[in-house]
Ligand binder design. Structure first.
Ligand code: FUL
Length: 473
């Protein structure tokens, strides 16, 4: 028997949608870096017009190890590099254009930034991703149709074949006219099939089928985030329509436009759904590229932590941009912010207090027992049709706590609509949606038992993990 609440055909269909293996693996990354770097860095621009001389690109002290060490230390698990931004300048030695590092003074025209950064990622054990702007303001074939699509596919092929495993191809929605005043019709299906063939584990993000743009560049997040949305949301025209059309800073401050994509009200009447999880991209500074004038406008730890809790802790990935400076280094201002952020994250999540706890649930479903929520394997699922299932963690002693972290078993879909948390039978938190991760924060208190009560869900109710923390200091 289905739970009482699940009486709507759209909800039944949405509850059956599950992530692909590559989406499941991507979800584990949670927090990762963006590095916007290119001629704009040297010319103090956000959008290059494609006319900058390659000689402007001259990072004299480039040290990708420094970027990756700081990024990793701040808790990030991957890095996406702007291998080519809208200006068309390539940070690798592309055989298909002269507009690249090969005509720059960087390493006497012998350098390859993509290689140095991807090698550093391998060395320090984080994943590497590629931003390749479809919009190209330099390339003369842009706007011709097939000829530019061939060019773009050639570049995708070079990047796919020469730099090891790539976890993500990030396609921007921003698009305008090219050098010849023409607009290009992108052959997305062809781009996607090249990636699927050459890098089958990579997610294709934003103008792609695997990861959804949050809809703003200001670090705004939804209080309830659904990874299952109507199929129409994964449409490149829809994404491009909502993306930036002009180079101005107002866009970067704009807040989320779509308030809700996945609730039962939002999906009413829809009949086709996809797993399309959210990624929130925001820069540590006002701009995406480095500008000296913004050295004192690096976001505070408090602001970054708020975004972290709202995104990683709210069923979205967090893509934080840290732009290298003209030397080819993360500047001391950004490094300081990253170090403070890393320290704060370690303080917030020092050790999981559920070690040595015991667990019980109102019901269990076969091998999906309650005790699985305290282990790395398996998950808990309640008996079919139970109305308000609950699970209780009993700590060995009364303990000060200030956070409960919940993870649904998203491999079987996203199902929880509303839940409550009780500390020794006193309600201390209520929320909507859990998904991959929900970080529930409350004022610190001494607690012996923590109960999670699922007050409404779709088809089945599961939890993969329950963790409990208390901030140090
Ligand atoms: C936007 C671009 O136009 C910006 O320059 C930046 O790359 C940002 C991440 O995406 O659409």
């Amino acid at each position: 028997m289905l739970p009482q609440t699940m009486q709507n055909e759209s909800v039944v269909l949405a509850s059956k949608v599950t992530p692909s293996q590559r989406q499941l693996e991507w979800q584990n990354l949670e927090f990762y870096a963006f590095c916007h770097f290119g001629t704009n860095t040297f010319l103090n621009r956000e959008w290059g017009d494609g006319n900058a001389s390659p000689s402007s690109f001259n990072p004299k002290k480039l040290d990708a190890d420094q970027w990756v060490k700081e990024i990793k230390n701040a808790g990030m698990r991957a890095l996406i590099l702007t291998c080519k931004h809208h200006d068309g300048f390539c940070l690798w030695q592309s055989a298909f254009t002269d507009y690249s590092v090969k005509n720059s003074p960087f390493r006497n025209g012998k350098g390859d930034v993509v290689k140095e950064v991807s090698d550093a990622c391998k060395k320090y054990g984080i994943k590497f991703g590629v931003y390749l702007s479809p919009w190209d303001r330099h390339e003369k074939t842009y706007g011709t149709g097939k000829e530019y699509n061939d060019y773009f596919v050639n570049q995708l092929t070079e990047l796919s074949e020469n730099y090891g495993d790539i976890f993500c191809f990030w396609f921007d929605g921003a698009c305008g006219e090219g050098k010849n005043g023409k607009k290009q019709v992108y052959d997305w299906e062809r781009y996607f099939s090249v990636i699927r063939e050459k890098q089958p584990n990579a997610v294709i993000s934003i103008c792609g089928p695997d990861v959804r743009w949050c809809g703003n560049e200001a670090g705004k997040y939804r209080s309830a985030e659904w990874s299952v949305v109507p199929s129409g949301v994964a449409n490149q025209d829809y994404t491009a329509e909502n993306s930036q059309h002009e180079d101005n800073s107002t866009f970067r401050k704009r807040e989320a436009t779509d308030k809700d994509l996945g609730s039962r009200e939002a999906i009413k009447g829809e009949s086709s759904f996809i797993w399309y999880p959210c990624e929130t991209d925001v820069s540590i500074r006002p701009g995406w590229f480095f500008h000296k004038s913004q050295n004192f406008r690096v976001k505070s730890t408090k602001h970054l932590m708020d975004i972290y809790f709202g995104t990683v802790g709210g069923n979205s990935a967090f893509l934080l941009n840290i732009p290298p400076d003209k030397n080819g280094l993360l500047s001391k201002y950004d490094v300081k912010a990253l170090r403070k952020l890393g320290n704060r994250l370690r303080e917030e999540f020092p050790k999981d207090l559920t070690k040595d706890a015991s667990v019980s649930a109102s019901s269990e479903n076969g091998e999906n027992t309650a005790s699985n929520v305290l282990s790395e394997n398996g998950y808990w699922q309640c008996a079919d049709g139970e109305k308000t299932p609950e699970i209780t963690i009993e700590l060995p002693n009364s303990t000060l706590i200030d956070k409960v972290v919940l993870c649904e078993n998203i491999a079987t879909g996203q199902q929880i609509e509303n839940f409550e948390i009780y500390a020794d039978n006193i309600k201390i938190f209520s929320g909507e949606t859990v998904g991959a991760k929900r970080i529930c924060r409350f004022k610190k208190r001494e607690v012996k038992t923590v109960t999670v009560k699922i007050t409404s869900y779709r088809r089945i109710a599961t939890l993969k993990r329950v963790e409990i923390y208390k901030r140090e200091k």
